[in-house]
Design a protein around this ligand. Structure first.
Ligand code: NIG
Length: 404
């Protein structure tokens, strides 16, 4: 593998200890006129001035920003079928939770996903990972959740694993068995907690476990049992909560030691305070507000309350049909009250913590995976300000230059 040094860059190291909250969410660790040197797929050195030593290739960044590749804190990358007809219904005013309650939405994707082979699912994940990499995303969450029975859920997790093994993007899998209750199996949430999670923990010991706490999906008690089963099996817990209804899901997840609480568009001031005083990372997903109903998580209030905020694309075939994490960052600033630097922290180092990959990605420091981008600009605010491009001038993942 080539030993590559990038010189003459405005380097954002994002270097620091732990997940960022409060004013630390604005600290980018800037080195003016700096370099990043990489070898064996890892960052070897970062500093000011010139990269002394011999390198196979030295790239002049021309003063442009060099920063960690982005990290997507929440993404559903594996599914079959499409939801275009449903989108047209949503545009006529039918609410998204109503479509799910009518047996559509997530459940319509479940039908198509159950009918897809492992190879077909893996092919879809591969395409989405490729599109993410081109946008400068170097690590991501990838959830199951459209199987809702053991065999299909396992097939999704295996397909994600297949695609991840062949991709330069670092993937962390999430078992979202509690995404909805399938109409033919009202006992699914209970079975999930009692039988499926303990069994899956053996074949998929790397996964986080997730559920969707919502009136039209799973209730608080069912989600509590799922999160408890996850923790008992030694797995990290996450929860989709407070998207449409504040039902106490976030507070419950915090009490159960969940790593993240995701969505929060409907979070009340009390919930914001509870999240702010907890260790749970608040993962905001502004592409859903954009695609569905114009509601956004109160990210400003969350940061001001002391929460560590991360951003996800929420890529999925229904509520967020995009893999564009940059657009999510733009929306987080435009509609949810984050500053540009906060959005960058939320989509790099804090997102790395959200997916459990903080030892690998999210900052530029010796020993970290050589996942970086060189922007087509000398000011990082361009990354958040300009939606729809331009793509990074250079994307390096695992020490290999993909574009540039
Ligand atoms: O995070 N809200 C629940 N799950 C996804 C949507 C999935 C879908 O619509 O297919 C979300 O928004």
């Amino acid at each position: 593998m080539e030993r590559i040094a990038i010189r003459n860059a405005r380097v954002l190291t994002l270097h620091g200890v732990g997940v960022r909250r409060g004013t630390a969410m604005r600290e980018l660790g800037v080195i003016e006129r700096g370099f990043v040197a990489c070898g064996k797929g890892r960052v070897a050195r970062v500093g000011a001035g010139e990269p002394e030593g011999s390198w196979d290739r030295v790239i002049d960044a021309d003063g442009c920003v060099c920063m960690p590749a982005l990290v997507d804190a929440h993404a559903h990358l594996c599914w079959g079928g499409d939801r275009w007809a449903e989108w047209e219904r949503i545009r006529t005013g039918v609410p998204y939770p109503q479509i799910l309650a009518d047996g559509g939405g997530i459940l319509s994707t479940v039908r198509a996903t159950r009918a897809a082979s492992r190879e077909q699912l893996a092919e879809g994940v591969t395409r989405r990972l490729r599109a993410m990499a081109a946008l400068g995303v170097g690590a991501t969450d990838a959830k199951s959740g459209y199987g809702l029975e053991p065999e299909s859920e396992a097939r999704m997790l295996r397909a994600i694993g297949d695609a991840a093994a062949a991709s330069p993007v670092l993937v962390r899998r999430t078992f979202l068995g509690g995404h909805a209750i399938p109409p033919e199996d009202a006992g699914w949430p209970e079975r999930l907690a009692l039988e499926v999670i303990p069994t899956f923990a053996r074949e998929f010991p790397d996964v986080a476990v997730d559920a969707f706490c919502e009136r039209s999906a799973l209730g608080v008690d069912a989600c509590r049992a799922i999160l408890r089963a996850a923790r008992a099996a030694g797995l990290a817990a996450r929860l989709h909560t407070d998207q449409f209804t504040a039902m106490g899901g976030a507070e419950m997840a915090i009490a159960e030691g969940a790593r993240t609480v995701d969505h929060l568009e409907a979070a009340t001031p009390e919930t914001v305070r509870a999240v702010g005083g907890s260790d749970a990372i608040a993962v905001i997903l502004p592409c859903s507000g954009y695609a569905l109903d114009g509601r956004y998580a109160p990210a400003r209030a969350l940061v001001d309350a002391g929460a560590a905020v991360a951003i996800g694309s929420n890529a999925n075939p229904g509520s967020a049909p995009t893999v564009d994490l940059r657009f999510a960052m733009h929306l987080a600033v435009r509609h949810a009250g984050l500053g540009c630097a906060e959005a960058i922290v939320a989509a790099t180092v804090n997102a790395a913590h959200a997916i459990g990959a903080e030892d690998e990605v999210g900052m530029l420091a010796p020993g970290m995976r050589a996942n970086l981008v060189v922007l087509d600009d000398r000011d990082e605010r361009s990354l958040v300000h300009a939606f729809g491009g331009p793509p990074p001038r250079l994307v390096m993942l695992g020490g290999r230059v993909l574009q540039g």
